[in-house]
Design a protein around this ligand. Structure first.
Ligand code: ATP
Ligand code: MG
Length: 254
């Protein structure tokens, strides 16, 4: 059982004009086995939240705390965060020319577990996970994300998640750009991970369609750098129908 606790998190991003505040007091608690969906307008700071938790150097924490089972996540290096069981599937996965998917996965697994995985079971695990995600085995020998289609990049993110078995996974728009079949396949991958490892999931999305496959326990509306409202799955339906107008008006007059 793990708990990621975000308390009153304030974050600025470095810009040419100096630091620009993006997150303005985020409070969020994610326990093992829970799925939290975050929905909110473009530019509200959702990816900033994901990157800040993962430790991206572009973002400066100006206030608040992030802890995993009481340990100070913000004091950890990016590697330490990964070893502690944090995983981020990025909205725009980066290409790593010259590093094969197979090598990348094995290196990541070794770094996170502190020892190399036993070769025979590992090869079987990778093959099985790729088959489940309907990824052709030839992807194992391709450079990470290089020339991958948008949907292939997202499958590769979930492949990592299934093999690295994080305690807390942040999925930033993993559903964007997926066709209907890929959406189901990727969702099944997340659900497999949930069942087999009890991972806590933070799912950032613009669409309720993924929430039909991955059932959220909580839905948070993210506006102007903080959580503006919280509810259950019904809140996602309401947002899809009504949009964010009522929150934006509130933010403008606040
Ligand atoms: N380097 C930067 N310079 C200036 N502004 C930045 C920089 N990085 C991020 N921002 C701003 O921070 C705000 C939040 O961006 P973020 O990517 O977190 O939004 P988001 O909620 O993930 O949006 P989307 O739904 O479009 O993915 C945006 O207004 C963005 O322009
Ligand atoms: Mg984003």
């Amino acid at each position: 059982m793990s708990t990621l606790e975000i308390r009153d998190l304030h974050v600025s991003v470095e810009t040419k004009e100096g630091p620009k505040p993006i997150l303005r007091g985020v409070d969020l608690t994610i326990n093992s086995g829970e799925t939290h969906a975050i929905m909110g307008p473009n530019g509200s700071g959702k990816s900033t939240l994901a990157y800040s938790i993962a430790g991206h150097p572009k973002y400066t924490i100006t206030g608040g705390t992030v802890t995993l089972d009481g340990e100070d996540v913000l004091a950890m290096t990016v590697d330490e965060r990964a070893r502690a069981g944090m995983f981020l599937a990025m909205q725009y996965p980066v290409e790593v020319p010259g590093v094969s998917v197979s090598n990348f996965l094995r290196t990541a697994k070794t770094a996170i577990d502190g020892e190399a995985p036993a070769l025979r079971t590992w090869v079987k695990d990778v093959k099985g996970a790729m088959e489940n995600l309907r990824m052709d085995s030839s992807f194992a020998e391709r450079s990470v994300n290089e020339g991958f289609s948008g949907g292939e990049k997202k499958r590769h993110e979930i492949l990592q998640m299934e093999l690295l078995k994080p305690r807390i996974a942040i999925l930033d728009e993993t559903d964007s750009g997926l066709d209907v079949d890929a959406l189901r396949i990727v969702s099944e991958g997340v659900n497999r991970a949930k069942e087999s490892t009890d991972v806590g999931v933070l799912l950032i999305t613009h669409y309720t369609r993924i929430l039909r496959y991955i059932k959220p326990d909580f839905v948070h509306v993210f506006v102007d750098g903080r959580i503006a409202e919280e509810g259950g799955p019904e809140l996602a339906e309401r947002l899809e129908n009504e949009g964010y107008d009522r929150f934006l008006t509130g933010a403008a007059t606040a």
